[in-house]
Each structure stands twice: as C-alpha cells, then as structure tokens.
Write a protein that binds this ligand. Structure first.
Ligand SMILES: Cc1ncc(COP(=O)(O)O)c(C=O)c1O
Length: 377
C-alpha cells in the first residue's frame, strides 16, 4: 500500500469489511435469539466509535455499549438512535443527562436510584435500566443478596424498568476455567431466584469475547463482544483460535533520512549508539500518537515489506528506525507500524507482546491526532 500523501503522513486505516467478517464469526458461536451488543467504548477500542457503530448498525446490530456518559452523549449527538448502555461508573449528578440523551445506565449501587427515579418521574414510557451483579470481578455491582432485596424495593417500579441484568467475568480468557464456572454458577443461581419470584428480565448478559468462544452457558439473551470485533482475541493456547481479521492498520511515512557514523547516537539520552555506520529514517509518529515510549529500542516497523528496528527513545512526535539494510529509500516512503506490508505483518498483539501489555491497550492508546480513514475492503 502506498502512502496517501505526505499531506497526511501518519494515519490509521479501519477496514470495515474485516469488521463485518469478525461480526459474522462471532455470530457463529451464538444460538438463535442471542443478540450482539457491540462494545464501542474507548472510541471503539481506538477505531472510531461513530463509524464503527454506524457500520455495525448497517449489519443489523441494534444495541451498543460505551463506558461513560460522555461517550454515550457523543454517539447520540452524532445521530446514533439505537439503545446505548453505559457500562461504567454512574454518578448522581449525571442522571438528568442520561435521561436527556436516552442512555441506559448500568446501576451498581442503590444510592443512585432515588435520583434516577426522580429524573424519569414524568417520563411517558418506562425507562430502561440494567442492574449489575458482582460475582467475582471485584469491581462494580451488587452482591446477589443486595440485588434480590433491591428487586423488592418499590423504587424499581415504573417509570423505572429493569430491562437488563448483567455480571462481568474476570477470567474468561484464563487457562483454568474454574473461576469463570464459579462466577457463572453464582449468576445462574441469582437468575433462578429472580425467576422464582415471577420476575422477567428481558436482557441478560455476561459474555465478553473470550466467554463467547469458551462458555456457551454465559451467552443468555445478549453477548458483549469488544476485542473480537476488532480482530483480536486473548484466548489461552488450549482454545481453538477464532478466524478473525485485524481491523486497524497504523501507517506513517519516512520524513527524513540521514547516515550517522559508528559511535553516533540517536534520540534523547543517547540510549542507541551505532555499532556501524547507520542509515536512520525519521518517522513522524511518537508517544503523543499512542505509539508507546516503551517501544524505545525494542519495536520494529515495516518498510518495503521488511522489518526495521526502532533505535533510541521514542519521542513525543517522532521515532527513528535503522534502515541500513534497506535499499534505495526515499523521503515519502510508506511505513507500516501495525498492519500488513508485502508479505510481512506486525499486528497489535505483537506490538503488545514487545511491551508486556495486551492488544486492547495498544489499540485504545492510538491518539486523537491520528486520522482514521475508513475503507470497505
Ligand atoms: C463490562 C464489559 N463487557 C464487555 C467487555 C468487552 O470485553 P472484550 O473486549 O474482552 O470482548 C468489556 C471490556 O472491557 C467490559 O468492560
């Protein structure tokens, strides 16, 4: 792929055909009637929440989840009309904005309910909320006992309507399934007690990407895939890997070429010292674009379909790579940091491995000044 232009030297491409492919693979794990609620928080893991949500809407996805009120408002204001669940923390001061933007809160703490009930008091139709049970994540959620007593509380009567019940699995991608099985047992027991009280909750959801693949008993009426939509998984080696296609590629362009002598240094603090006369390419991307400083003297990029190692510390706006072994380079030459170039590829999971993290962090971290360009094939 050639660089779009030196007017736009650093950019990400987002392949919507790959997104559609991944969605079709996710659906293969689901029983009829089980819906997908697409996780588009953190700017759709760095891919662009609005474009991803619109593309998934065109493929029949009718429900989305974000982490925060402002992420939900941004999607509403951009015209997304589908239900949007806000998974993250909820504050009393936010409830009127939730209602004004028709966002569905996940309630994890009873203290919020009086304010919420007041905010929807004159709402013409029941206002949906989801309740979260804490079964082992150790994060947000009611204990099953708290939840059962809450369900008897008149505050949960109209105009509030308990549309959803959820929990979050802490170890669905762990090699040992015991912890997840225990969480699911606790959640099933809670659902059984709710059923015995004659209550029906239409949307029940627990499964993130790993649980979609590994725990069919976690599917219920709705699943919550994030990372698999974007083409990655973190499943243990014992699980057959799903056939996914990474959606995002990160590219830049050679801005400058220079040759330094043996003993010359590159970037701050002289952490790279040339052991031979070294051809250095300067690339206009840095940690301010989300290209982690931990990649200093560690990562590689692709130029002419070959790997070129990063030398010296990653700067805020630039990195330098060793291109001594590459022939006939010129300023303007396309560079791939995440993606395929020729026969070679570097994907976000490899970048994550280099710096001891997960592909989620690499993708979410891609900065707001990197334009996202959407392509359908
Ligand atoms: C509550 C909740 N559900 C679902 C997901 C999606 O997880 P994954 O990206 O592993 O599919 C997340 C992501 O962190 C989450 O916080």
């Amino acid at each position: 792929m050639t660089s779009i232009s030196t007017l736009l030297p650093t950019y990400a491409t987002v392949n919507l055909a790959a997104l559609a492919h991944n969605l079709s693979r996710i659906k293969r794990y689901l029983s009829p009637g089980c819906e997908v609620m697409a996780i588009v928080k953190a700017n759709a893991y760095g891919h662009g929440a609005l474009d991803i949500a619109q593309s998934l809407s065109r493929q029949g996805i009718g429900r989305f989840a974000v982490a925060s009120l402002d992420e939900g408002i941004a999607l509403r204001q951009a015209g997304l009309s589908a239900p949007i669940v806000v998974l993250g923390a909820l504050f009393e001061e936010q409830v009127s904005d939730f209602v004004a933007h028709r966002l569905t809160p996940v309630v994890s703490d009873g203290h919020i309910l009086p304010a919420l009930a007041k905010a929807v008091h004159s709402h013409p139709v029941p206002y949906p909320i989801h309740l979260k049970a804490e079964t082992g994540m150790g994060r947000l959620g009611f204990s099953p006992e708290e939840l059962l007593s809450l369900l008897d509380d008149p505050i949960l009567q109209s105009p509030l309507r308990v549309e959803g019940m959820m929990t979050h699995l802490a170890d669905a991608d762990g090699a040992d399934s015991t912890f997840t099985e225990r969480q699911l047992e606790a959640f099933h027991a809670l659902l059984e007690q709710i059923r015995q009280r004659g209550l029906t909750i239409p949307l029940v959801h627990t499964a993130n990407s790993a649980a979609i693949v590994r725990f069919p008993e976690a599917h219920f009426s709705l699943v919550r895939p994030g990372i698999m939509l974007y083409g990655y998984h973190t499943l243990p080696a014992s699980s057959p890997a799903p056939d996914l296609q990474p959606v995002l590629s990160l590219r830049t362009t050679i801005a400058h070429l220079r040759t330094i002598p043996r003993g010359g240094t590159v970037s701050y603090n002289g952490t790279f010292v040339a052991k031979r006369p070294t051809r250095v390419a300067v690339l206009p991307i840095g940690y301010a674009d989300g290209y982690s400083r931990r990649l200093s003297n560690r990562g590689s990029v692709l130029i002419q379909g070959r790997r070129a190692p990063i030398i010296g510390l990653v700067c805020m706006d630039m990195i330098m790579v060793d291109v001594t072994d590459l022939a006939q380079l010129r300023v303007g030459e396309p560079v791939t940091l995440i993606g395929q170039q020729g026969q070679e590829s570097i994907w976000a999971d490899e970048v994550a491995d280099w710096i001891g993290t997960i592909p989620y962090e690499v993708l979410c971290g891609i900065g707001s000044r990197v334009p996202r360009l959407y392509e359908s094939a």
